[in-house]
Write a protein that binds this ligand. Structure first.
Ligand SMILES: *[C@@H]1O[C@H](CO)[C@@H](O)[C@H](O)[C@H]1NC(C)=O
Ligand SMILES: *[C@@H]1O[C@H](CO)[C@@H](O)[C@H](O)[C@H]1NC(C)=O
Ligand SMILES: *[C@@H]1O[C@H](CO)[C@@H](O)[C@H](O)[C@H]1NC(C)=O
Length: 283
């Protein structure tokens, strides 16, 4: 009965009173046993309320009382993102996420699509060698430090699609899927041998960029998208081997070269080693 009275009547009064006389909360219920214990609790509660009120207002209303008014970089990653057994989901995070969040140890999958990340630094993934998949589609990434991904020896899938990249960083050797569609990649920024060491690469997506030449395509590649670039030539050695007329490319079964200036029918010999002809301009 006493407890009930305390929670029903006294607590609301106490909160109201301490809100008014905030700086004197130590004197609220002098001599009361419960008071001195509760004081600690209430002053923590009020401090956090006051701290929140003191923060500048957010641009957009945010109904999450924890993240409201805060800056993404100041909040723990798993408060801002959803963390579930090795996966971190940070899609369209509000407030804006402008850099890679600090990842929990042992993260294997990172989905950070549709944010405002601008740059990837070598230190961002330096401690998280457990990563197997990183999806950064739809950010504003224009710069990646060259070592950012190179130590990720388990990384199999990497998407940098829909960003602002003009050049590619070094890529780790175990990649099976790499997507850089819809960037501003130039031939100068994609070294001829950028993919040469990726002996497990199966899907390579470089569509809708500004490439003028086809880089070296590893034999493991099955699907190659190069549509909507500025490619003017596919020479004998791009897919086939000029010194070996019996050579057959084993895996490649989808090549898109449509939306490029190159007219593929001019030199049919350049594709004789392939199982399927590239999709593209033939007249
Ligand atoms: C395409 O390449 C040609 C040279 O081969 C160049 O003159 C032209 O500006 C390029 N177009 C674009 C959109 O980059
Ligand atoms: C085919 O390869 C030859 C020699 O490598 C080159 O001159 C020619 O332009 C290539 N054909 C096309 C359509 O790019
Ligand atoms: C063909 O040329 C490649 C290098 O372009 C070389 O590695 C390979 O051994 C050559 N094959 C033959 C049969 O000469």
């Amino acid at each position: 009965m006493k407890t009930l009275f305390f929670t029903c009547m006294l607590v609301p009064w106490l909160v109201a009173a301490s809100d008014r006389t905030f700086d004197h909360d130590s004197q609220l219920i002098p001599g009361s046993l419960a008071g001195s214990q509760l004081n600690g609790y209430f002053s923590d509660y009020l401090k956090s309320r006051r701290a929140r009120r003191a923060l500048p207002p957010a641009d957009e209303p945010d109904d999450n009382p924890i993240t409201a008014g805060a800056d993404a970089a100041d909040l723990p990653t798993c408060l801002l993102c959803v963390c579930l057994t090795g996966s971190v989901y940070c899609e369209e995070v509000s407030p804006d996420m402008t850099s890679i969040p600090t990842l929990p140890k042992e993260t294997a999958y990172l989905y950070a699509r549709f944010n405002k990340i601008r740059k990837i630094k070598t230190k961002d993934f330096a401690e998280i060698v457990t990563l197997k998949r990183i999806d950064l589609t739809g950010n504003l990434i224009s710069e990646i430090e060259d070592g950012a991904f190179s130590k990720l020896t388990l990384l199999e899938e990497l998407s940098l699609a829909e960003n602002q990249l003009v050049k590619l960083p070094a890529l780790p050797a175990k990649l099976t899927s790499f997507n850089a569609n819809y960037n501003k990649l130039k031939t100068k920024g994609v070294k001829a041998n950028a993919f040469k060491k990726l002996t497990k690469l199966a899907n390579l997506f470089l569509a809708d960029n500004m490439l003028e030449a086809v880089p070296y395509i590893p034999e493991s590649v099955r699907i190659l998208h190069l549509q909507n670039n500025n490619i003017t030539e596919v020479n004998v050695d791009t897919f086939c081997r000029s010194n070996d007329t019996y050579y057959l490319r084993p895996s490649l079964n989808e090549v898109r070269l449509d939306g490029n200036p190159v007219v593929l029918s001019k030199y049919p010999d350049n594709f004789t080693c392939m199982k399927v002809l590239p999709v593209g301009k033939y007249r």
